[in-house]
Design a protein around this ligand. Structure first.
Ligand SMILES: CC(C)(COP(=O)(O)OP(=O)(O)OC[C@H]1O[C@@H](n2cnc3c(N)ncnc32)[C@H](O)[C@@H]1OP(=O)(O)O)[C@@H](O)C(=O)NCCC(=O)NCCS
Length: 189
């Protein structure tokens, strides 16, 4: 999920999935994955140098903003990001213990009962392709489903559809089309 195109001034750059990584894929650690509901357990994440957080306390918003910018999202006012996160029902972020910086993030807003929308799914480019995106999405989904929320939506860049599909997302379910208000370029309103 990404900031809506109409709200961004910079188009997202092409997603380069790395073929070689400074860190091996997290799902290579299969010891607990088979018995665990997640592709990588919290314990395995921790043993690989990552801490999982569900609150914004300790989240450095300047560092988070740098991750957003690194993946092509527009830099946003940290004060506004703070407010948006305070108004967010569920969020997850992964800290790389070595640097104490956020390297993966996802959040969902909604009514807490029926509907949720997932936003700002990002993984620091240096940490992409090792399972962190899936790790945050699986946990965010689990949290929403545990609350009984079944209508979970997101907006996906075409090149990322293949990331969301295995997580259970389908485009145009039953022909339903998402519609987004799009302000006309020369509109004075
Ligand atoms: C998209 C993004 C969140 C994925 O996170 P990630 O940590 O790199 O992905 P993971 O390593 O967890 O990949 C999980 C699975 O999805 C697959 N996958 C990842 N990105 C994919 C893509 N763009 N297309 C198809 N499959 C993809 C992986 O191959 C992996 O498959 P596997 O489980 O069979 O091994 C991350 O690449 C990112 O931040 N991209 C830039 C920002 C962005 O585009 N966000 C989404 C906006 S809609």
């Amino acid at each position: 999920m990404f900031p809506l195109r109409g709200l961004t001034s910079t188009p997202l750059p092409p997603l380069h999935l790395k073929t070689s990584h400074p860190l091996p894929p997290l799902n290579a650690t299969i010891s607990t994955a088979i018995t665990n509901k997640f592709s990588i357990s919290d314990e395995d994440l921790e043993s690989r140098g990552f801490n999982l957080h569900r609150k914004i306390a300790d989240l450095n918003l300047d560092h988070l903003n740098k991750v957003f910018v690194a993946v092509g999202f527009p830099r946003r006012d940290p004060q506004k990001i703070r407010l948006a996160l305070e108004n967010t029902n569920s969020l997850l972020w992964v800290e790389y213990k070595k640097t104490q910086k956020p390297v993966a993030f996802a959040r969902a807003t909604g009514d807490g009962v029926f509907n949720a929308i997932i936003w700002d799914v990002v993984v620091d480019p240096s940490f992409q392709g090792i399972g962190l995106g899936k790790a945050v999405m699986e946990r965010l989904m689990e949290e929403l489903l545990e609350k009984g929320i079944i209508n979970i939506a997101l907006y996906s860049e075409p090149r990322v559809l293949g990331f969301y599909r295995p997580l259970g997302f389908v485009a145009d379910p039953d022909g339903i089309k998402g519609m987004v208000y799009s302000r006309k370029k020369n509109s004075k309103r």
